[in-house]
Design a protein around this ligand. Structure first.
Ligand SMILES: NC(=O)c1ccc[n+]([C@@H]2O[C@H](COP(=O)([O-])OP(=O)(O)OC[C@H]3O[C@@H](n4cnc5c(N)ncnc54)[C@H](OP(=O)(O)O)[C@@H]3O)[C@@H](O)[C@H]2O)c1
Length: 331
């Protein structure tokens, strides 16, 4: 075989392997490699990790998997009862490796910016330090593009972007002033990689997070930045999602037969991302890998494929409803 033919063969094999992995994996290839060959979650043992939005869904499951691995935690959200319940679950899972003082519960509405500094001070006072801030609190959206009231855009950005940036700035300042190589994680979404139909403000917000955190990464190499993008995942997020009208919620619970990743699996992969300090990564069952890779690396093919898939089917994939045809709310 000639040299050029050999190169051609290698390229073909490379793409076949890549397409195969995109199809069978439930996360990007780097994250998969980190989960099999990289540092285990237990490498975070003893670290102090603050998770916002820890009262339910992905944040709650992340708290559980980290506590199981001896990570000390700060759990914040608005619902203090659910935060306490999360703490008890974590202590149980830690099996004696953590005591009550190792898990600090603080009720914090992320929209009350004036409380961020006080809460930050309480965390530092309690643990004498912070290693990782996981910015996870957020709400999704279901709304028709042209019908969205501008105040919804504002409300959504206040929570999903500005509150996140405000808290992260306190952390970066703390890391710098104390010469700590700190780590900041942010829960983005597949909607941070590709425009999600019926979620314009949310898509805009998650894309904005990428801008802020990529800029941080390039500006301050001493801070580790992890952007984690879950695909459709079981949680409370659909009930809580913004709609077109200010103050209203979508209020459709996810269905048990939706095609979604479990919050447990999503959180496991998130913890792997934290342990291995992956830059940008994502999770989601088929076809999320295809959407993410093509969306990121092949913009021209993306346009073609999206035209073939069509808005309706993309919306169904996005809503984890490819399995379901009977429920009218799934149309
Ligand atoms: N589930 C998915 O399919 C999916 C996909 C991609 C990305 N995500 C992202 O994953 C993150 C977690 O969402 P989830 O799916 O786990 O949904 P979830 O179960 O609804 O959890 C959202 C969390 O955010 C907290 N939160 C909401 N508003 C808050 C506020 N004003 N102040 C403080 N905390 C607030 C909630 O706690 P309280 O109500 O107690 O305050 C809750 O703990 C979000 O950033 C979301 O955008 C989810």
């Amino acid at each position: 075989m000639g040299f050029l033919a050999a190169i051609g063969l290698i390229v073909i094999i490379y793409y076949i392997v890549q397409f195969f992995l995109w199809t069978i994996l439930d996360c990007d290839i780097e994250l998969f490699l980190a989960s099999t060959l990289g540092k285990p979650i237990s490498s975070l043992k003893g670290k102090v990790v603050w998770i916002t939005g820890a009262s339910s869904g992905i944040g709650r499951e992340l708290a559980k998997i980290l506590s199981k691995n001896g990570v000390r935690l700060i759990l914040t959200a608005r619902n203090s009862r659910e935060l306490e319940a999360t703490k008890q679950e974590c202590l149980l899972l830690a099996g004696g490796a953590l005591n009550s003082d190792d898990i600090l519960v603080i009720t914090l509405d992320m929209l009350k910016f004036a409380y961020h500094q006080d809460t930050f001070n309480r965390v530092i006072q309690h643990f004498r330090g912070l290693h990782i801030l996981v910015n996870n609190a957020g709400r999704s959206q279901r709304a028709e593009w042209n019908k969205i009231d501008i105040n919804v855009d504002r409300e959504l950005f206040e929570l999903d972007v500005f509150s996140v940036i405000h808290l992260s700035r306190l952390a970066v300042t703390y890391f710098e002033q104390n010469n700590v190589k700190g780590q900041l994680a942010v829960t983005s979404s597949t909607a941070g990689l590709i425009g999600a139909p019926n979620s314009a403000s949310y898509t805009g917000a998650k894309h904005a997070l990428h801008g802020y955190y990529e800029a941080l990464r390039n500006e301050k190499p001493n801070i580790n930045v992890n952007i984690y993008c879950p695909g459709p995942t079981f949680s409370n997020f659909l009930q809580e999602a913004f709609v077109e009208i200010p103050g209203q919620k979508y209020n459709h619970p996810v269905q048990s037969d939706d095609k979604r990743m479990t919050a447990e699996r999503c959180a496991y992969l998130y913890a792997i991302a934290l342990a291995n300090n992956t830059g940008l990564c994502w999770s989601g069952i088929f076809p999320i890998n295809w959407i993410a890779y093509i969306g990121l690396y092949y913009p021209n093919i993306k346009r073609f494929l999206l035209a073939v898939i069509g808005t309706r089917r993309l919306q169904k994939i996005r809503d984890g409803r490819c399995n379901n045809t009977n429920d009218p709310s799934r149309a």
